[in-house]
Write a protein that binds this ligand. Structure first.
Ligand SMILES: [Zn+2]
Ligand SMILES: [Zn+2]
Length: 153
C-alpha cells in the first residue's frame, strides 16, 4: 500500500492506494497508474481534503462541464498550494483522473502489520489528512499505543 505526498511540504495528498495497474482503463478508487512523467489517481483519491483547486476558476474548470484533458495544472497542495497536477473530469474526456507530475511528489510505502486496519479506517473517513501522518508515526514505532487509541474511536 502506498500514498502520495507533496514533495515541497510533505503533506499527504492522496488516499491510500493498494496496487498499481498497467492500464489507465483499469484505474479505480483502490489503485493508481503511472507513466514516465505522471502518476494517475482517481478523482475520489485526490479528494478536497488532500488537494485543492487552482484559485482561478477559469483554470480550475476549463472544460465543458469540468476539467478538460489538456491545460495548466489545476489541482494544488492543500497545504503549501504548490500546483501538483491536472484533473481531467469533463464529459468529453474518455477517462477521468488526476494526473500528478512525478517530480512534485514522493510515493510513500506503508509497511505495517496494521495496514489493512489503517486502510479501512481511512475509507470510513474517521481520519483526515493531517491526523493520518500522526497515526503512521505511531504505527511505525508504537503498535501497542496505536491499538489502545484505536479502541477509543
Ligand atoms: Zn460536458
Ligand atoms: Zn505542499
Amino acid at each position: 500500500m502506498v500514498y502520495l505526498i507533496c514533495k515541497n511540504c510533505t503533506r499527504k495528498i492522496s488516499d491510500f492506494l493498494v496496487n498499481q495497474v498497467d492500464d489507465l482503463n483499469a484505474l479505480n478508487d483502490d489503485n493508481y497508474f503511472e507513466d514516465e512523467e505522471n502518476v494517475y489517481i482517481s478523482l475520489k483519491n485526490g479528494k478536497q481534503a488532500y488537494m485543492g483547486y487552482h484559485k482561478n476558476r477559469s483554470i480550475s474548470f476549463d472544460g465543458c462541464c469540468g476539467c478538460k484533458e489538456d491545460g495548466p495544472l489545476n489541482r494544488i497542495c492543500a497545504g503549501c498550494e504548490v500546483a501538483l497536477g491536472r484533473e481531467v473530469s469533463d464529459c468529453e474526456s474518455v477517462y477521468h483522473y488526476i494526473r500528478i507530475v512525478k517530480t512534485s511528489i514522493d510515493v510513500i510505502e506503508v509497511t505495517t502489520q496494521h495496514e489493512d486496519k489503517l486502510y479501512t479506517m481511512e475509507k470510513s473517513l474517521k481520519f483526515n489528512a493531517a491526523t493520518i501522518e500522526e497515526w503512521l508515526v505511531l504505527l511505525k514505532w508504537k503498535p501497542k499505543e496505536f491499538a489502545k487509541r484505536v479502541k477509543k474511536i
